[in-house]
Write a protein that binds this ligand. Sequence first.
Ligand code: COA
Length: 419
Amino acid sequence: MCPCGERLETRNSKLETDEALVCCLFSSFVIFPSTLKSMSDKANAPTAPSAAGLRGVAAATSSMSDVIGDKGQLIYQGYDIHDLAAHSTFEEVIFLLWNKRLPKQNELDELKQALAASYAIPDEIIDLMRRIPRDADPIDVLRTTVSALEFYNPGSRDISRAASVQTAIKLTAQFPTLVATAERIRRGLEPVQPNSQLNIASNFLYMLNGSAPSAADARMFDIALILHADHELNASTFAARVVAGTLADMYGAVTAAIAALSGPLHGGANTAVMKTLLEIGEVGNVESFIKQALGDKRKIMGFGHAVYRTEDPRATHLRRFSQQLGERTGESKWYDISRKVEEVMMREKGLYPNVDFFSASTYYMMGIPLDLYTPIFAISRISGWTGHVLEQYADNKLIRPRAEYVGARDSRYIPIGER
Ligand code: COA
């Protein structure tokens, strides 16, 4: 093993240990030892053709979830997402993702107890939140506080299955508390202590608002958590697996995942969707707004997907929630605008809405601030990230692909005064 962490057998087999060391330490230098020139030989070049954004490349084996893009199907450990959304709970799905099977009643009870016992976050983390600028983006606050949580878990470096499951329980239980507490502090309110009698969905809404949610809101939110729990090798999950593949701890892997999720092409899209809907303002403005945006080559957030070529099955449920909330609150405007956008996007671009499109209006009508939509995505996705990290640890191989080099070769150093 080279000190850079690279297995020698992945490099040119002709290289001796010392030469490989030179390679690792000095590969950014332009002048190579003669033997190292063989690195550019065809024999050592990446074998697979490059696929922009790794589209269509299977970069890991996993039983966590499968996205069948042409059929618009999503399964978690063998179970169709529609079946789980209709009959399951988020806690049951967490067990399923981590254990590859549905729990028996006593196993589910045990998991729920363990989660509820871990809802609280250390006072030091709350102190840290009070020092963070009020205008910080909540997803960045989540990223920083999750990273800091590692300091308060003495078992964090133990990546055995038993210890990692305990860390996964802590993280999954604490995410809602982190998001709700940071939001209360941002609003100048005192944090609400978690209620161990409530499930994850209800407890989050309770801590956020200071009052228990209605049964309808609680169940809707619970299903939204089920729908966002895992999605195969999306960007944030891949980031988590890359970090876990170095045998770094779960906090590091999850911190990287949150950073990846925050981007507008990934989890950041749901907030961007609501901004677009607000900008459109009225159903009558949709047609001209979308045509103008497409004419300007702007992307409409919440549409298109790297894998689905038909309806994203998660959008089917979120569309229904948006409609139901519109009817319940008497303000169907956001649902109506969304439907019109959907119609124009299908006609103009042939693109379907993805998970982020109808979650935006759903959360908006639940009174949730726009910039909490992406942290809420993380409250659910932590179950998938941790499940993938458990999977990675169980059968680890350092993730270290090659790049198809397209830069210059044989350049010679020119002193700065002569350039
Ligand atoms: N609005 C307008 N055009 C879109 C679009 C969107 N939301 N999504 C894709 N397209 C168009 C692209 O402009 C491109 O058109 P072109 O071939 O004429 O240049 C074509 O569709 C392919 O887009 P591309 O971004 O290369 O496809 P992809 O498979 O890499 O895209 C996404 C996947 C998700 C990154 C992309 O659809 C997107 O950016 N969507 C908006 C962000 C979003 O909702 N993200 C959440 C995903 S769950």
